[in-house]
Write a protein that binds this ligand. Structure first.
Ligand SMILES: [Fe+2]
Length: 359
């Protein structure tokens, strides 16, 4: 049995932000990354929405904290918008979701992602930090009413963000495809997103802006897929390491994903299917999976991502000292529930040793 739902209206294409006019907003609150303060994009949003009154919240500078979301909530309560627009990456979208949620009002959120990665524009998640650890809010009320995927906003993306966010898309699609909660509908989206990201990310990284609209849509497709199917062990370990060592989420996925594929032997049939869809096929599953791992490592190299935690600046001694706690926390992460097989302590320990590096 498969249940599939996507309540977010998705509008994709160059110039798509003009479709804000559909909302007929009178009072618009724009939550935007600080970068946009000195651009004409907020003015274009206001013009497209046709709103009489607009307020701006430019305070989201990194992963949002509970305190920052509360500050934004105070603005929601004071300004009383009829629509909130989130313009930025996953952190901005997560903060805007939490601001509306804490305000306790059913204000529609329009998510306009300006990086191609998190999928937050179509998920009912918001991750907030508090006292040095990450806390996911999960509630259907967090689902954006609309996602606008406008490739025109992606021309000036820094290479490091293309790489980090891009490897996150690859990890979302791949983990979703083999997840215990996957079905035919989520797999179709995950497969398409995976093939697009794998094939087009190197060109985007080299500066080809023509492929970015496709990758942008792939990021959203992967987001829809994993919000149905769940993710897996790569994300479980990545969440824990991200909280402890403050390395970009996509970098951690790039380090972990090939090792997780190797150790998830129960999913070799599904990995092989995906490899064949990406033109990496072979008659034997084990060869197809080897090709898939090689392709993931090749992509990692092309995007200049680290191969080990040591290369990302984490000392092997520190990993060794914390390894028991890391393994325990990874096994408690909700993403483990949908890994193709329930991960064991030994499996997580082996993956961790494999990715630590020699320094
Ligand atoms: Fe992710």
């Amino acid at each position: 049995m498969e249940t599939f739902s996507c309540t977010t209206k998705i509008i994709s294409g160059h110039g798509a932000i003009r479709e804000l006019k559909q909302l007929k907003s009178k009072r618009l609150l724009v939550v935007a990354a600080p970068f946009f303060k000195d651009t004409d994009v907020p003015r274009r949003l206001q013009a497209a929405a046709g709103a009489d009154s607009v307020a701006y919240f430019y305070e989201v500078k990194g992963e949002p904290s509970v305190e920052l979301a509360a500050e934004g909530t105070a603005l929601v309560q004071k300004f009383e918008p009829d629509t909130v627009v989130a313009l930025g990456g996953g952190s901005v979208m997560d903060c805007a979701k939490a601001m509306i949620y804490f305000a306790g009002k059913p204000i529609p959120l329009v998510a306009i992602p300006t990086t191609s990665g998190s999928g937050s524009e179509v998920t009912d998640f918001s991750v907030l930090s508090h006292n040095g650890s990450k806390h996911p809010l999960v509630d259907k009320a967090l689902l954006p009413a609309m996602a606008i995927l406008d490739g025109d906003l992606l021309h000036t993306l820094p290479k490091s963000i293309i790489a980090d966010a891009g490897y996150d898309v690859v990890a979302h699609a791949l983990e979703s495809y083999v997840a215990a909660g996957a079905g035919a509908m989520s797999k179709a989206l995950a497969r398409d997103a995976f093939v697009t990201a794998l094939q087009k990310l190197p060109a985007s990284y080299r500066g080809d802006t023509n492929v970015r609209q496709e990758i942008h849509l792939a990021a959203t497709m992967a987001g829809v897929a994993f919000s149905q199917s769940g993710l897996g062990l790569c994300h479980a370990i990545s969440h824990v390491l991200g909280g402890r060592f403050h390395i970009a989420h996509g970098k951690l996925n790039a380090i972990l994903l090939p090792a997780v594929v190797e150790h998830n032997t129960a999913a070799y049939g599904a990995y092989a299917e995906l490899a064949r869809s990406a033109g990496l096929g072979a008659a034997a599953d084990t060869i197809a999976v080897r090709n898939l791992r090689n392709a993931l490592m090749r992509l990692r190299k092309e995007l200049q991502q680290p191969q080990t935690l040591a290369q990302a600046g984490v000392s092997p001694r520190e990993v060794a000292q914390q390894s028991a706690a890391i393994v325990k926390a990874a096994l408690e992460d909700p993403c483990c529930k949908t890994n193709p097989v329930p991960p064991t302590e030994a499996m997580v320990q082996q993956i961790l040793s494999q990715v630590t590096g020699l320094g």
